[in-house]
Design a binder for this molecule. Structure first.
Ligand code: NAD
Ligand code: SER
Length: 316
């Protein structure tokens, strides 16, 4: 990784991954590509930035050629809840965007990171200890683009030798950029509500158990996976990775240990509840552990403590 392009760089993952890449590989070697130009901030001030629509193949080609890019972290996408509101646009951005980036990676010999998701599974998938290789029949447009993306990345590796790699992330929790319209967003929103009003009205049922991960682990997973010895990777494109698995009720109880007056209520959104109910509750990530040494650092108590400290500091 000498010259890196990050698409979707202003999003929840990109705004932290770009900074981590810049501190490891040199600020001038990591080009952040946003859909639209963000307000001045750490991302804009710490290194190069360009605007790029991933549906525009000639524009991606120009950026990659002009900057001698050899590695692409492809984060641009529409997430699960937004995807259900705009299914055609979700297919366009998620599939045509990925197809363009794969084609450019083939032409310019770039390595490619593609994040898949727990959404690549569906109601027929075993929900507990979800195996690495199992039935995948997702019922959301987002999930359909994730399974198709996993397969397309496998295809480009086997057919053209493109070094494609990826992870199936669970819901990600972070304190920098807000989440972009997913079903697991409640697990971030709850912290801001806890600090501001000591109350959160949750859009998922109290007992909705889902896999989750704190952003520092998600960033470490992407970096470690992309630098792992290629010969050790049997799965390559869609490693199950998880760090913790909890319900809104359990998350609220952990927050109450720090903010005793915190309360939670539930106004269930049928759309997002149906999405959550179709996803696994706890993935088996033994393939990632065995093939490239995956191990999470943050469990539920450690994540909650750190989130509350960071958000309190930021909101001072
Ligand atoms: P996000 O919504 O915060 O960011 C995505 C970015 O893509 C946004 O900044 C948006 O402006 C950009 N974008 C949208 N359309 C675009 C287009 N046509 N061209 C260029 N950019 C465009 O999402 P995120 O949470 O940072 O997720 C990044 C990736 O990780 C996605 O592929 C997502 O599916 C995956 N993922 C995220 C999570 C999570 O919990 N955040 C979990 C699993 C997988
Ligand atoms: N966190 C994402 C979502 O809820 C899962 O990929 O859409």
């Amino acid at each position: 990784m000498k010259k890196i392009l990050v698409t979707g760089a202003t999003g929840q993952i990109g705004s932290e991954l770009t900074i981590a890449l810049r501190s490891r590989y040199g600020a001038e070697n990591v080009l952040a590509a946003g859909h639209k130009r963000p307000a001045l901030g750490e991302l804009m001030q710490s290194g190069p930035f360009c605007c790029l629509d991933v549906r525009d193949l000639p524009a991606i080609n120009q950026v990659v050629e002009a900057n001698n890019i050899d590695t692409i972290f492809h984060l641009a996408a529409l997430l699960s809840a937004v995807g259900e509101e705009k299914p055609q646009q979700a297919w366009d951005v998620n599939m045509n965007g990925l197809s363009n980036v794969l084609e450019i990676s083939r032409l310019h010999h770039c390595a490619l990171f593609f994040p898949s998701s727990i959404a690549a599974f569906g109601p027929e998938t075993p929900p507990m200890d979800t195996p690495q290789d199992t039935i995948q029949r997702p019922t959301t447009i987002y999930g359909i683009t994730k399974v198709s993306g996993e397969l397309l990345c496998d295809y480009y590796y086997h057919r053209f030798g493109v070094d494609t790699r990826g992870l199936r992330y669970p819901g990600l929790i972070s304190s920098k950029a807000p989440p972009g319209g997913g079903t697991t967003d409640y697990a971030v929103d709850i912290f801001y509500a806890a600090i501001k009003t000591q109350h959160y009205d949750c859009f998922l049922r109290a007992d909705t158990q889902l896999d989750m991960m704190y952003m520092p682990d998600a960033i470490a997973a992407a970096l470690n996976m992309m630098t792992a010895d290629s010969r050790q990777l049997r799965h390559r494109n869609a490693f199950n990775v998880t760090a913790m698995s909890f319900t809104p009720q359990q998350l609220a109880a952990e927050i109450q240990k720090h903010i005793p007056g915190f309360t939670i209520s539930y106004s269930v959104d049928p759309l997002r509840q149906a999405i959550a109910d179709s996803w696994p509750r706890h993935m088996n990530d033994s393939a990632a552990r065995a093939e490239w040494g995956w191990q999470a650092q943050f469990d539920l108590p450690a994540m909650v403590k750190d989130m509350l400290e960071k958000i309190t500091l930021n909101s001072l």
